[in-house]
Design a protein around this ligand. Structure first.
Ligand SMILES: Cc1cc2nc3c(=O)[nH]c(=O)nc-3n(C[C@H](O)[C@H](O)[C@H](O)COP(=O)(O)OP(=O)(O)OC[C@H]3O[C@@H](n4cnc5c(N)ncnc54)[C@H](O)[C@@H]3O)c2cc1C
Ligand SMILES: N[C@@H](Cc1ccccc1)C(=O)O
Length: 533
């Protein structure tokens, strides 16, 4: 996973299936066309938007439900159940709602499982979304933002002005994404055009197809014509060393253009597919002021009576007609609560450690999820030198360094200060987690200097980091589900009166949308049961 631009765990499969789905739809329309059944504009739109924001429970349920965990899944389950008439109590071990949805601001204190305590020294207006930070347009998360009145703004996931840098491949210096893109598209186009023109693809293409493909490649790769041998010889798309301006200033195109061999040897092209992913495509969004605006809004909607913080669940007992939950009160005394149903919205490994009587099959199933980790290191700077000096306004630099990527802020442009985020997965996250917080920041700064030079060090004002396997009560960044297995099927259904929820129970692991969707599924199942005669 480390250094990979692919999504963690299941994502390669998901990425491939997304490509397959697009192809499938195209093929379906082609077949319909051949049969004379092509959809007309009024009869069936080419794209039917999924109906996501119409979640409403029919009828009212009066049962009492105890929800374990006040992350997005637990809060959303309680929020929807409360709307449906249920009497809900959420038990959350931490002193804040949100779980992995954690935003650090000036004054935020966090102690990790190593015992290191950090107090964020960020200035006014500076924050680190240490967990979730971006939301795709199709995700149900945005519907909750709308419903809860959480304003959103654009999150810049891709920026041609940001860099790619592969140190191990011998890149002498970071390169703008636009430059890599131009060269990679250019050379791929040149090769494909040559192969097409020489007849290497004659068994695949008709003469008309070939013409159309060559036309496309000339535009897509900015390559020459047949007479020039379809040559890629650079393009203004690569950028300029002196920008075009007034009068005689035509601009000085960036040069020299690396050879085809060099372009592929440097391997920077592998970062270009990042935003092809359904989950990662621009535009993306973020709540104004920090991602924790979402759990805070859910908590507000629930009210303090329904959400008990600093309350750690210690036991679950399922009986024929009730569920008993044991917990530790904030003052350390033992508490106990009895409800008609329970929604367990805890991470799978954490849940597996809580004594319960749900049976060995449930216990074994909980062990089948593959745990992944990630770390975010937020570096606050005294000036926004990436805007003034590098002309980077948001977006992501991708590297093969152990920091993996650098995020530039998508808000607060031209403000006095800003925060860069180093974000890595897997082993790199563990390596950063092994360091004390100051040492993490120092190491991340040294890596970033390779991209940005001295200001990456000298302008640093403060730092705050989270290595997610060290986060109390959570102990991971995400868990990859054993999709299609009996374990996945088993936990998708209630165990007696206990329902399970969390992003780990969906095809959207590592996304809040998964937490919301799983909560909605559990709520629907529970409600149908309560209303069934
Ligand atoms: C680094 C990182 C980046 C991410 N990026 C994105 C992103 O850009 N966009 C996006 O949409 N999603 C992102 N995600 C995923 C998103 O954070 C999760 O999908 C979502 O927040 C999971 O919510 P949940 O309620 O299922 O689980 P959690 O948030 O893990 O909630 C579980 C809750 O249970 C509590 N708990 C544990 N033990 C007990 C106990 N004994 N008693 C009581 N409570 C207990 C925990 O404290 C926690 O609050 C990211 C996650 C990480 C870590
Ligand atoms: N959702 C998380 C984790 C993730 C990373 C990359 C791909 C898929 C998921 C993020 O966007 O940062």
């Amino acid at each position: 996973m480390a250094g990979s631009v692919l999504p963690p765990g299941v994502s390669r499969r998901r990425f491939l299936s997304a490509v397959g789905t697009a192809g499938g739809a195209g093929a379906m329309f082609a077949t319909m066309g051949a049969l004379g059944l092509a959809p007309t504009a009024h009869a069936s739109p080419r794209y039917e938007p999924p109906r996501r924001s119409d979640f409403a429970l029919t009828g009212r349920g009066a049962a009492k439900v105890v929800v374990l965990g006040g992350g997005i899944a637990g809060l959303a389950a309680a929020y929807e159940l409360t709307k449906g008439g249920y009497d809900c109590t959420v038990l959350e071990a931490a002193d804040r709602p949100g779980g992995r949805n954690f935003t650090a601001r000036g004054g935020t204190v966090q102690t990790d499982l190593r015992g290191d305590t950090q107090t964020a020294a960020f200035s006014e207006g500076i924050y680190l979304n240490a967990g979730p930070a971006r939301i795709a347009q199709w995700m149900v998360t945005l519907d909750y933002c709308r419903e809860l009145g959480v304003p959103v703004e654009v999150f810049t996931n891709t920026n041609a002005s940001a860099f790619v840098y592969n140190e191990a491949a011998g890149m002498r210096q970071p390169e703008r994404i636009r430059t890599t893109k131009a060269d990679v598209y250019g050379y791929v186009s040149e090769l494909l055009a040559k192969a097409t023109d020489r007849g290497a693809l004659d068994s695949e293409l008709t003469a008309t197809d070939k013409e159309r493909l060559l036309d496309f490649l000339r535009d897509w790769g900015a390559i020459g014509n047949k007479a020039s041998g379809w040559r890629y010889a650079g393009t203004s798309r690569r950028g300029y060393s002196t920008d075009p301006g007034a009068g005689d200033q035509a601009g000085v195109p960036l040069g020299p253009v690396p050879s085809l061999a060099r372009t592929f040897a440097e391997g920077a092209g592998r970062y270009l597919s990042f935003d092809f992913a359904y989950e990662q495509a621009m535009l993306m969004f973020q709540p104004v002021g920090g991602m924790d605006r979402i759990p805070l809004a859910l908590a507000r909607a629930l009210g303090p009576r329904r959400l008990r913080l600093r309350t750690a669940v210690t036991g679950i007992t399922n009986t024929a007609d009730k569920v008993g939950v044991a917990f530790l009160e904030p003052n350390g005394t033992q508490g106990h609560l009895v409800a008609d149903f329970c929604v367990a919205a805890l991470p799978p490994r954490v849940l597996a450690r809580i004594p319960h009587n749900l049976g060995p099959e449930i216990q074994a199933a909980l062990g089948k999820w593959q745990i992944g980790t990630a770390a975010k290191i937020g570096l606050e700077y005294r000036s926004r030198w990436w805007e003034t000096d590098c002309r980077i306004y948001g977006g992501i630099t991708h590297t093969d360094l152990d920091i993996e990527r650098i995020w530039y802020p998508s808000h607060g442009f031209h403000g006095p200060r800003g925060l860069l985020v180093n974000y890595c997965y897997g082993n790199h996250a563990r390596q950063y987690g092994d360091l004390a917080p100051d040492a993490r920041a120092q190491r991340a700064v040294e890596q970033g200097v390779k991209i940005h030079g001295g200001k990456h060090r000298t302008e640093l004002a403060s730092a705050f980091s989270v290595a997610w396997h060290l986060m109390p009560h959570i102990e991971s960044a995400w868990a990859t589900p054993p999709l299609g297995t009996p374990a996945y099927q088993l936990l998708g259904k209630p165990a007696g009166r206990v329902y399970f929820a969390g992003d780990w129970l969906t095809h959207l692991t590592a996304w809040q949308a998964g937490a919301f969707e799983s909560a909605r599924l559990a709520v629907r199942q529970l409600h149908e049961r309560v209303l069934s005669p």
